[in-house]
Design a protein around this ligand. Structure first.
Ligand SMILES: [Zn+2]
Length: 239
């Protein structure tokens, strides 16, 4: 016989959060407390954290320059086509995020913007292994970074005050977990291999630059050989 919810729910709420070291009580049917459950909802993991536009800005610039240089390649044009598909019919590819995606398109967000920002997240997770260490966190971050390509909508909240003026606060409506996941999963499934190749190409390019600079350094560091008494003449002149 299974225990009825009226019995196990209060029992669950009385237990501590499943995270080692967290002494808060669990929330409803969750195995986590409220703050940890919220992190799972927003970031895909109880230890997930907010990663801002500034955190990924330098990677976006690198990716943008890469996409300019390789703009004519079939890889880049096909990748842009995949993103167009997501933006044109969001309800069939990421139904949980369709209204947010449609709003971005009306706001002027292009396939190139999405390709850049998702690639920037991919590069960020690749170069900082500890920042997005698992698939879930990478997925949610891809979704969040794309869905926040334009300023997030805000809602005014009026708080009646028992005395004095009622206060008004503004709350940002952040994209929910299911919307983040839907967009992130689409991008990972359809463009994962593309981003892997982009990162490989960037690494190869930077190796070439390093090799060229090393050649240059060796050339510049070599001692001059005396040519037709040139050294004697200049030393006389110096006297
Ligand atoms: Zn907790």
């Amino acid at each position: 016989m299974t225990t009825p919810p009226s019995v196990w729910r209060p029992r669950n709420k009385a237990r501590p959060c499943a995270i080692t070291g967290c002494h808060r009580r669990r929330r409803h049917t969750s195995k986590f407390c409220r703050p940890h459950e919220r992190r799972v909802y927003l970031y895909g993991h109880h230890a997930g954290r907010y990663i801002s536009k500034q955190d990924i800005a330098s990677y976006r610039r690198k990716l943008s320059s890469f996409l300019d240089r390789y703009a004519e390649t079939p890889q880049v044009t096909t990748a842009l086509g995949v993103v167009e598909e997501l933006l044109r019919s969001p309800s069939s590819h990421a139904s949980n995020a369709s209204s947010r995606l449609s709003a971005l398109v009306s706001d002027g967000v292009s396939a190139r913007d999405v390709l850049e920002v998702a690639g920037a997240v991919w590069m960020y997770s690749w170069s900082r292994r500890g920042a997005l260490p698992d698939d879930a966190r990478l997925t949610y971050q891809l979704g969040y970074s794309v869905l926040s390509l334009r300023p997030l909508p805000q809602r005014a909240r009026h708080r009646p005050a028992p005395w004095g003026q009622p206060t008004e606060t503004v709350k940002t409506i952040t994209p929910g977990g299911p919307a983040r996941r839907a967009v992130g999963e689409f991008l990972r499934t359809r463009l994962g291999i593309f981003y892997t190749r982009v990162i490989e190409a960037l690494a190869a390019e930077s190796k070439l630059v390093t090799a060229r600079q090393e050649d240059e350094r060796q050339t510049l560091a070599a001692a001059f050989e005396t040519v037709n008494g040139y050294v004697e003449r200049t030393s006389k002149h110096a006297d």
